[in-house]
Design a protein around this ligand. Structure first.
Ligand code: AMP
Length: 297
């Protein structure tokens, strides 16, 4: 038996060398490898990515790494939820083949100094509120790609700007990896699942349930021909009434390149989404909603 597990049981690799040994073995046997990067504290959203990966490839690797380079000094790096035991059990049940859980010293050894910038698509939305964020994400994802060398990697549409940043990086740097986006998995009341939802107090959790409803209302208004500027103003008023006192952004942007849209009505041929970020107490929540225009026949 391999020291890092058989194919029906979840293996655990804690070093680049152990990861490569396993993946090289699979590739040598002609197997297709899919990769799901995560920061752990796994929920059904993450597990839907693992399941999608399993439907697209022969072997699935999921990484668990809370990447210090995508947190600013004032953010929640030290309090970010971590429970490796539960995460490994969930990955095993979701039929993941290998969990890659490198220590920070493996990812950023002493003397480390390189970073990746994906210029334009990293600007606006979360790039404005969290200027350090997409550089940190692109850097760690490129490193993880080089370490794992997968055929396919799955990212959630929950972090839509991140998905586009990674797609841009893969095209720009000629990486031979197919990037696949996976739909947002939501709680029963529609709140997008997130590891950070665990921070919400019961009162905040109640308010948070309105976030998806408000952006769905904005999306429906725009789909029905309302001017984007007016729909966003109504959306901001609705967020305020619901108890969201801090709104980082509420915007309608192109799905293709995140170009800002409005203030007039949406051209029905332009794929677009409503994007929102709010802060509730100590918790920052993001969500997005596709605008589906029904064409008249
Ligand atoms: P994270 O652990 O937050 O870095 O997320 C790891 C991956 O899971 C990213 O590709 C996220 O977009 C994805 N993800 C997180 N939450 C959800 C969700 N509710 N639905 C679908 N994918 C998600």
């Amino acid at each position: 038996m391999s020291p890092i597990g058989t194919d029906s049981h979840l293996g655990v690799a804690r070093s680049i060398r152990a990861l490569r040994a396993r993946v090289d073995d699979w590739r040598g046997n002609g197997l297709k490898v899919a990769f799901v990067p995560t920061m752990g504290a796994l929920h059904r959203g993450h597990l839907s990515l693992v399941k999608m990966a399993g439907s697209l490839a022969d072997r699935v690797v999921a990484s668990i790494f809370v990447n210090p380079r995508q947190f600013a000094a004032h953010e929640d790096l030290s309090s970010y939820p971590r429970d490796e035991g539960i995460d490994l059990e969930l990955l095993q049940r979701a039929r993941c083949h290998l969990a890659y859980t490198p220590p920070a010293s493996e990812m950023y050894p002493s003397g480390y100094q390189t970073s990746v910038t994906v210029a334009d698509i990293s600007k606006g939305l979360d790039g404005d509120s969290r200027p350090h964020f997409f550089g940190g994400v692109a850097t760690v994802v490129l490193k993880l790609f080089n370490q794992c060398r997968p055929d396919i990697a799955i990212f959630g549409e929950k972090d839509f700007q991140q998905l586009l940043v990674i797609k841009r990086m893969v095209r720009d740097l000629d990486l031979n990896i197919q990037i696949v986006g996976a739909p947002i998995v939501r709680e029963e009341d529609g709140l997008a699942m997130s590891s950070r939802n665990a921070y919400l107090s019961p009162a905040e959790r109640e308010i948070a349930g309105r976030l998806n409803e408000v952006i769905a209302e904005v999306a429906a208004a725009v789909a029905n021909g309302a001017a984007i500027g007016g729909a966003l103003a109504d959306g901001r008023a609705a967020l305020s009434r619901a108890g969201f006192s801090v709104v980082d952004y509420l915007e309608v942007r192109s799905e293709a390149d995140l170009a800002p849209l409005g203030p007039g009505p949406l051209d029905a041929g332009t794929p677009a989404r409503v994007f929102v970020a709010v802060v509730l107490g100590k918790t920052r929540l993001i969500d997005n909603w596709q605008i589906v225009c029904i064409q008249a026949v």
